[in-house]
Design a protein around this ligand. Structure first.
Ligand code: C5P
Length: 253
């Protein structure tokens, strides 16, 4: 594992979703926010518009990259893709756990070997359990899965653990359960974060930064509440303060 989720600062915990289309926007946001954000998330939108330029620009400006590519393919293909990310200096990325243990274990092994060979940071790899766009009906009828959502997420989380994946992407309500079932070192990253002062946009089940921390979340993905704010630095600072306060309240319990 590259990252430890112990002793993380509020800044380390904040992942900014860079859902933009141009290098100019990447440069503007990374320059403005690199002192307030632990990782910049490069997802399909940015990667298909700017490809590796986006990753290289973030790194050049001193930011850390979380590549949200959600790999799901045969083991050899995913292992090679992961290796390419590691060579590029990406230290945090993810794959679908439904890709199975062979895909997951070979990805972890090859990513670590590549990091050693190219003297890059050991990557932190997260697993996608079930996309939040899935409901019980889709899981049962379209994927023919007989478990309920909670059981399925738990089942895949055990697969992640057995396959040496560092953690999972989960909602805050799932995080609470995962924290009870798995050790403290197992990483939980939560999207759909909305401070009380921001608009919800198209997210359906949202959670505040404070509630995410209290549920046991280690890292949180925030996009539009920061990138669309009148002053993104002020917005990021308000979120950092909220994370800090929540962490203090946990220590005092
Ligand atoms: O904060 P905002 O809604 O703008 O963040 C959206 C980002 O979080 C997108 O990059 C999206 O892919 C990611 N995400 C999400 N919901 C999930 C998983 C990821 O919004 N369940």
């Amino acid at each position: 594992m590259g990252l430890s989720n112990k002793n993380l600062s509020a800044k380390d915990r904040l992942v900014l979703a860079l859902d933009v289309d141009s290098i100019d926007d990447v440069e503007r946001l990374v320059t403005m926010l690199k002192d307030y954000v632990g990782f910049f998330k490069v997802g399909p939108q940015l990667f298909t518009s700017c490809a590796y330029d986006a990753i290289d620009t973030i790194k050049r400006l001193g930011g850390e990259v979380y590549f949200d590519g959600k790999f799901h393919d045969i083991p050899n293909t995913v292992a090679k893709a992961s290796s390419n990310l590691v060579k590029r200096g990406v230290s945090f990325f993810n794959a679908h756990l439904a890709g199975g243990s062979k895909m997951l274990t070979s990805m972890v092994k090859v990513a670590k070997e590549t990091a050693k060979k190219y003297q890059q940071p050991i990557p932190t790899i997260l697993g996608v359990t079930l996309l939040s766009s899935f409901g019980q009906r889709t899981l049962t009828e379209e994927l023919s899965v007989k478990m309920n959502i909670d059981e399925y997420v738990s089942h895949l989380t055990y697969l992640a653990k057995e396959s040496k994946i560092d953690g999972v992407i989960a909602s805050a309500s799932e995080a609470r359960r995962i924290r009870q079932e798995f050790d403290e070192e197992f990483i939980i990253l939560c999207p759909a974060i909305r401070p009380t002062w921001s608009v919800v946009n198209d997210q359906i089940r949202v959670v505040t930064p404070a509630d995410a921390i209290k549920a046991g979340v280690d890292f949180m993905v925030v996009g539009r509440p920061i990138t669309s704010a009148d002053d993104p630095v002020v917005a990021a600072n308000m979120i950092l303060d909220e994370i800090d306060e929540a962490m203090k309240s946990l220590v005092n319990i």
